[in-house]
Each structure stands twice: as C-alpha cells, then as structure tokens.
Design a protein around this ligand. Structure first.
Ligand code: RIB
Length: 295
C-alpha cells in the first residue's frame, strides 16, 4: 500500500508567549523559532516515521527547498511537489506557557494546486493505495472526486474547518479524522455517542477517528467503537500532536489492528507534545514502541 498525501507545506513561525493573545491585547514574545510544518507535511512525516511508504504532492514557493528537504530527510518521496512563484504557505503560532497553541495559517503556494497536477499525480495511484487530505490546500473537492473515480480510499482531516467543507463530496470519504470542534461542525453534536450516531446516519460508508486532546481518542470502525486514553507526559508544545496521531494510526492499522494502532498513535502523540515544534517533534516508530514498553 502506498500513501499519497496531497497536502500543505508551511514555514511555522512559533512565538513563545505567556498566554495566547486576546482581542485588543498586545503581548511580548519571549522567543521566536522557525520550523517546517503544515498539516500535510507533518502528516507525511508521521506516516513515514511510523513505517509507511509515503508520497507527498503539493506546492511550495521558490524558497521552499527547506520544506522539500525536510520531507526527503524523513524518507518521503517529493517528486509530486510543484515549485511556484507564489510565497510559501506559513503559519503564525503562539505557544503559551502550558504548551497550548493558537494558529493562523496563510495558504500561499498551497493554494496553487492545478487540475493538471491533480490528474498527473492521481494517475500514478490505484485502488490499493490510500489518499490523505487536510483542508490547507485548494481544490480539495476536486481531488476527492477524482480519487473516488479511481477507487482510491480517502482519509480526510477537515482542518482548518471552513463553511465550504460541507459542500465537498463528503460521501466519498472513507475515513474522517476530527477533533471535538471539527466533529461538532460536521454533526452538530458534542458527546461522543451522539457524534457517532449522527455520523453513521449521514455517512454510513465511512469510519471516524475522533481525537479529544486530554480526553483520549475514539475510533468508530465498521460500526464498532474503540477508545484509548492519553499517556500522561509533560506538555511543552501541542503543535502537530494531531498530525502525529493520524500518521501513526494509519501506518499501523493494517499490521496491528485498530486497538494497537490507537495505542501506538497515543504514545507517538505523547512524545510529540513533550517536544518543541511541528514535524521535528514527531518520534520514530522505535521511540513510540519503547515508550509503550516503559509504561
Ligand atoms: O497541525 C499543525 C500545523 O498546523 C502547523 O504545523 C501549522 O503549519 C498549521 O498548518
């Protein structure tokens, strides 16, 4: 199975602050750091570090070499990434003293995906492969439609959630990966059982991975519910914890089954939140397994 991730690549500008700034406030920053990021890039690296064969498709600006190299250095194939004359996507991330964040995302080159690129990429993949999408690039609806025509299963992480998402062909999605906010936007419900109830009615052919931060993660797979609590750890920076979870879950579900995949993903996410940065915080498969053995 090959994993194709048609996703964003961002430069993350990470500002360490006492608390995330409120409306009308000005706040001093204690540290500024630059990291490779983007939900797409992070998820590709998490999948690859967890052992999957990963191909990243997307678009960067002329100075996007640093993002391409980050993927290459982590074993991701980058031959489907276009370089454009548009600035790189970037994110402005505030990380507070408790490791919690708030993020602004500028699309930039991530919004230069063309129909020609979509066709050229998808024709290299087939029904035995799996497509990963987030909502940080343009043409997500077109990619979903065209992947479905080729019988490629799609995993969709609808983040950041925008109004447009409800007009996407969501009945063609195999897996939804959502946090509590996205689950609410998708179903109108806040309690897990009610979320799953509405979800099953609306999308009877789809499965769901529901990540609830410190309240653990649920999975609804083939009508059966699974749960794994978080592993307690000291939280430094939660950026990319969800991306790490997603990558480790899907890289392991076939070989280890749902329960073990949830466990491995929880361990990997726990390690990621104990480190600074996005993709650079993602552990290796060996680190995640060792973490579980030591628990
Ligand atoms: O999920 C974390 C990511 O969201 C960051 O790396 C940032 O680039 C934003 O896209």
């Amino acid at each position: 199975m090959k994993c194709l991730n048609f996703g964003s690549l961002n430069i993350d500008m990470v500002y360490s602050v006492d608390h995330c700034v409120n409306e009308g406030e000005t706040e001093a920053v204690s540290k500024l750091e630059y990291f490779p990021g983007g939900k797409g890039l992070n998820q590709s690296i998490a999948l690859a570090k967890a052992g999957a064969e990963v191909y990243h498709a997307g678009s960067v600006g002329k100075d996007g070499g640093i993002l391409i190299n980050e993927l290459k250095n982590n074993g991701v194939d980058t031959s489907f990434i276009n370089t454009t004359d548009c600035p790189n996507g970037h994110a402005v991330i505030q990380v507070d003293k408790n490791g919690q964040n708030s993020i602004l995302v500028f699309g930039g080159a991530n919004h230069r995906i063309t129909s020609e690129q979509i066709d050229r990429v998808l024709c290299e993949f087939s029904d035995s492969d799996i497509l990963f999408l987030q909502n940080e690039i343009n043409a997500v609806d077109e990619i979903i439609d065209k992947a479905y025509e080729r019988n490629i299963k799609t995993v969709f992480n609808p983040s950041p959630f925008t109004e447009k998402i409800m007009n996407y062909p969501l009945d063609k999605i195999s897996w939804f990966v959502v946090n509590e906010t996205e689950a609410f936007r998708l179903t109108g419900e806040t309690q897990t059982d009610k979320i799953f109830g509405v979800f099953k009615e609306r999308y009877p052919n789809s499965d769901m991975l529901l990540t609830l931060g410190e309240n653990g993660a649920y999975c609804l797979y083939k009508g059966q519910k699974y749960f794994h609590p978080i592993y307690n750890t000291s939280v430094v920076d939660t950026t990319a914890a969800g991306d790490t979870f997603l990558g480790f879950f899907f890289a392991n579900i076939q070989s280890r089954g749902v329960s073990e995949a949830l466990k491995t993903a929880s361990a990997a996410a726990a390690i990621a939140v104990s480190r600074n940065g996005a993709s650079v915080s993602i552990p290796t498969a060996g680190e995640a397994d060792k973490f579980i053995r030591n628990k």
